[in-house]
Design a binder for this molecule. Structure first.
Ligand code: HEC
Length: 208
């Protein structure tokens, strides 16, 4: 596992813990269990501090590694930062409305994060060649050129130069389907389509 993958996993685990702590706190507040809430808050205080720190540190690390910051991520971060003061005030004052709102915002941010993991492949207009075979070039243009450029050399904020890649077509196909580090996997391509793209890269971009 690369450092990026380890930090990504840590971020995910930390987010789940953070989320569970707030779920329990919100339920206790809504159920008017003030004493239980107070003792729970006290018990998880240190854990919550560690989790909050790791949450922010891993989040910032992951963000600065990204080649492009998608608009959805900006919305997600805004929502997270809105929820924090709401949660602090909500729980301090025992205000059910604010605490619930903060919880809903955290839930929404979590949902957005999950949604972003699914980068859907775009199907080009000319998906097939005249002879019925998959048009690798068109699939490449639709799904790869934004970061790698039509000639593979664009290197859009961190994308590798594909004209100097040493990878075999099989490895390229595997990166398309599984992603690697900051390149997320492209969902919804059939293995045949991924193979056609990889063959196009191998024949027309690699070494050119
Ligand atoms: C959102 C931007 C983005 C898109 C879209 C994208 N890539 Fe990448 N690609 C990257 C980044 C960033 C890296 C560097 C990943 C790393 O650090 O390991 C990369 C790395 C690669 C590599 C590894 C090259 C090497 O020599 O190690 C290959 C191959 C590759 N991409 C092919 C593709 C193909 C084919 C597509 C389209 C199906 C595609 N990429 C779509 C950003 C992108």
């Amino acid at each position: 596992m690369t450092t990026f993958e380890i930090i990504k996993k840590t971020h995910f685990v930390v987010v789940i813990i953070f989320f569970l702590i707030y779920l329990i706190k919100t339920i206790l507040l809504l159920a008017d269990k003030k004493d239980v809430l107070a003792s729970f808050t006290k018990k998880v205080k240190v854990l919550e501090m560690i989790v909050s720190f790791l949450f922010l540190a891993t989040g910032v690390y992951l963000m600065i590694q990204l080649p492009v910051i998608p608009p959805m991520l900006i919305i997600k971060i805004t929502v997270v930062f809105l929820s924090i003061p709401l949660a602090v005030v909500g729980f301090k004052k025992g205000n059910k409305g604010l605490a619930t709102l903060a919880f809903i915002l955290i839930l929404a941010a979590f949902g957005m994060g999950e949604m972003m993991k699914h980068q859907e492949a775009k199907k080009p207009e000319k998906a097939a060649n005249a002879d019925g075979t998959i048009n690798g070039q068109e699939f490449y243009k639709a799904n790869c050129a934004t970061c790698h450029g039509a000639d593979g050399k664009l290197k859009m904020a961190g994308a590798f130069d594909l004209s100097i890649t040493q990878l075999s077509n099989d490895s390229i196909s595997s990166i398309i389907q599984n992603g690697r580090n900051t390149m997320s996997k492209i969902n919804g391509l059939t293995p045949e389509q991924a193979k056609a793209i990889a063959e196009y890269v191998g024949k027309n971009i690699k070494g050119k």
